[in-house]
Design a protein around this ligand. Structure first.
Ligand SMILES: Cc1cc2nc3c(=O)[nH]c(=O)nc-3n(C[C@H](O)[C@H](O)[C@H](O)COP(=O)(O)OP(=O)(O)OC[C@H]3O[C@@H](n4cnc5c(N)ncnc54)[C@H](O)[C@@H]3O)c2cc1C
Length: 571
């Protein structure tokens, strides 16, 4: 693995989470020259934060068909059967590959892989590492594997801003933001592995990198998107954190190990709500906590019993123990306040079973992709698995395709993109909105204004496109995001130079509008998409949605207009 020396590679992979790293290692082993471009450190994104583990039917009492059945049950009729079969059947082999790569997975007293159980799973099948530090260990092992591959080059701290699309609609590279300005980075194929978009919401477990960049880039390039209304909210994030900061996740495995959800008097409240109580599917648990919060009732995780096990909480759940300590809580004697938080982006860039998007030369894997593996909801611990399986599938597909030589017209596309995002000199965050803005009356410094706009977007999304949605709330979100877009803070809307933060804000606004639009159009409740004004699932809507951004927004605009007209008529 070397530092990037030239602006060309067979394949450029955007993102270095589990999906990007898995794709890079497999593609390099298949003979491709790979460049990884990642906007933060190599170990970044949600992957290093993953706690509970990776689902795989490796137990003596388990089988991929049982894993598939659980996945489809939670996916509420929207899973792609073939993809689910593919992913669940590949899982044991992925675990074997991780072991070969040197991943130190936890073992029981007999030396067998230790298997946890999480909500929605009918068997104990969660393979984990370091207790609840699975993601960090997987990323460590994959980075080590990548370091052994001379065909992989890495650029850390480099932001991919725009896809380069040739006249034939094929993707032949990305424009990246470098210290000295935007630069084309040409490649025979581009793999989006940019992760999710939890930063759309004021309460999220996702890291700051999760700004939906890959979805926004693909949307602007005209790629098909799918299932964007399906945003999974984790029911139990630690409720104590400064507003807008990522919330610490209190993994479901804690509940699998016996922690209970209780009111402030220590009474369990899920027992009468679902037969599986604390181990009910995430959407059921998240909705109950949301409903309680709307009624002014707090919810708590009771881990007191767990802390009495040998070694205490720290031995089995070090991340949870650390999070509680960081918040000044002692779970041995106190109830820990919890809240739902945006956690996983089920929808994204549509791909087929080989990770190919609708645009030639563009692939996607991991959380940015919508493969159909999760349907209307993700079964716990299926996402690391899907990221590994599809990272490898993309590489296999790349090994079989003839990568095109760079078409001449890409240079024109690159020049246009550079002109659009501003090519004048070094790009720093401070430059992003240095020019006079339309609302020139404001004296606030530009960075603060970007942050304020991001917070405004996150609040609007939490209120109107969060755990429970209504037509009225979603129309308000669409109006609010349109207003934010028109403020002129964004790249291309001012004459100023582009910076990463303004690009991210633009991406968040675009993806937020798409999520709200998709949620407006699905007039039913299914999986993690809950419409309080349409609380039942409608059998005639039991199919996935697939659209281009422009079509989706146009349809949502029509529906929003008719909703406004109805409201006026009633008023
Ligand atoms: C707290 C937490 C706990 C979780 N626990 C589990 C679990 O136990 N089991 C499970 O299966 N799943 C879990 N998940 C979900 C899982 O971690 C993610 O779905 C998965 O890691 C996504 O991997 P990825 O490679 O697709 O994306 P990520 O790991 O998010 O990586 C995205 C990468 O893209 C880069 N990037 C993004 N935009 C750009 C850009 N414009 N230019 C350049 N680089 C860019 C980022 O820097 C990062 O390197 C958890 C998630 C969180 C947040």
């Amino acid at each position: 693995m070397r530092g990037l020396s030239e602006q060309a590679a067979d394949v450029v992979i955007v993102g270095s989470g589990v999906a990007g790293l898995a794709a890079a290692v497999a593609a390099a082993r298949g003979g491709r020259r790979v460049a990884i471009v990642t906007k933060a450190a190599l170990a970044s994104g949600s992957s290093p934060l993953a706690q509970g583990g990776l689902a795989a039917a490796v137990g003596a009492d388990d089988a991929p068909s049982l894993h598939a059945a659980d996945t489809e049950r939670v996916g509420r009729g929207l899973c792609d059967h073939d993809v689910v079969r593919l992913v669940t059947e590949s899982a044991p082999a992925e675990v074997a590959r991780l072991l070969e790569a040197g991943a130190r997975l936890d073992r029981d007293d007999m030396g067998e892989l230790a298997l946890g159980r999480e909500g929605g799973h009918g068997r104990a099948r969660i393979v984990h590492a370091g207790g609840d530090r699975t993601g960090a260990e997987l990323v460590r092992a994959l980075i080590e594997a990548a370091r052994r591959e001379p065909r992989i080059e890495v650029r850390e701290g480099v932001f991919a801003a725009e896809l380069l699309v040739g006249g034939d609609g094929g993707v032949g590279g990305v424009t990246v933001l470098e210290e000295h300005g935007p630069r084309p980075f040409y490649a025979g194929a581009v793999v989006l592995a940019t992760g999710g978009a939890g930063q759309l919401y004021s309460r999220t477990t996702n890291p700051p990198e999760a700004t939906g960049d890959g979805i926004a880039m693909a949307a602007r390039a005209g790629a098909l998107l799918a299932d964007l209304e399906m945003v999974q909210f984790h029911p139990t994030a630690l409720a104590l954190a400064p507003k807008g900061s990522p919330l610490a996740l209190l993994t479901e495995a804690l509940r699998g190990a016996g922690a209970t959800l209780v009111d402030r008097d220590g009474r369990r409240f899920l027992v009468g709500v679902h037969p599986d109580a604390e181990l009910a599917p995430r959407d059921v648990v998240a909705r109950e906590l949301w409903r309680r919060a709307a009624g002014g009732e707090s919810s708590f995780l009771d881990m007191r019993e767990l802390t009495r096990a040998p070694g205490g909480l720290r031995a089995r759940f070090p991340a949870a123990a650390l999070a509680c300590a960081g918040a000044g809580l002692d779970p041995a004697i106190e109830l820990v306040p919890v809240t739902p938080a945006a956690h996983y982006f089920v929808g994204g860039v549509w791909t087929d079973a080989w990770g190919r998007t609708s645009l030639p030369g563009l692939y996607a894997c991991g959380e940015v992709a919508a493969t159909g593996a999760h349907g209307a909801n993700r079964l716990a611990s299926n996402s690391l698995l899907e990221a590994l399986v599809f990272g490898r599938r993309v590489a296999e597909s790349l090994a079989l395709s003839a990568l095109p030589a760079r078409p001449v017209e890409l240079d024109r596309a690159a020049r246009e993109v550079a002109a659009r995002i501003g090519a004048r000199g070094p790009m720093r965050m401070d430059d992003a909105v240095a020019d006079p803005l339309r609302d020139a009356g404001s004296q606030r410094e530009p960075n603060a204004r970007l942050r304020a706009s991001r917070a405004r977007l996150q609040d609007a999304m939490w209120r109107g496109a969060g755990v429970a949605r209504t037509e009225e709330g979603l129309v308000e979100v669409l109006d609010e995001l349109e207003a934010l877009e028109s403020l002129g803070l964004l790249v291309g809307a001012t004459r100023s130079r582009a910076g990463r933060s303004s690009c991210e804000l633009r991406n968040l606004i675009e993806v937020g509008r798409l999520v709200a639009a998709a949620a407006l159009l699905r007039r039913e409740s299914r999986g993690c998409h809950h419409r309080a004004d349409h609380p039942e699932a409608r059998p005639e809507l039991s199919q996935r949605t697939r659209y281009r951004a422009a079509e989706l927004l146009a349809e949502a605009r029509r529906q929003a207009d008719s909703a406004r007209q109805r409201a006026v008529a009633v008023g």
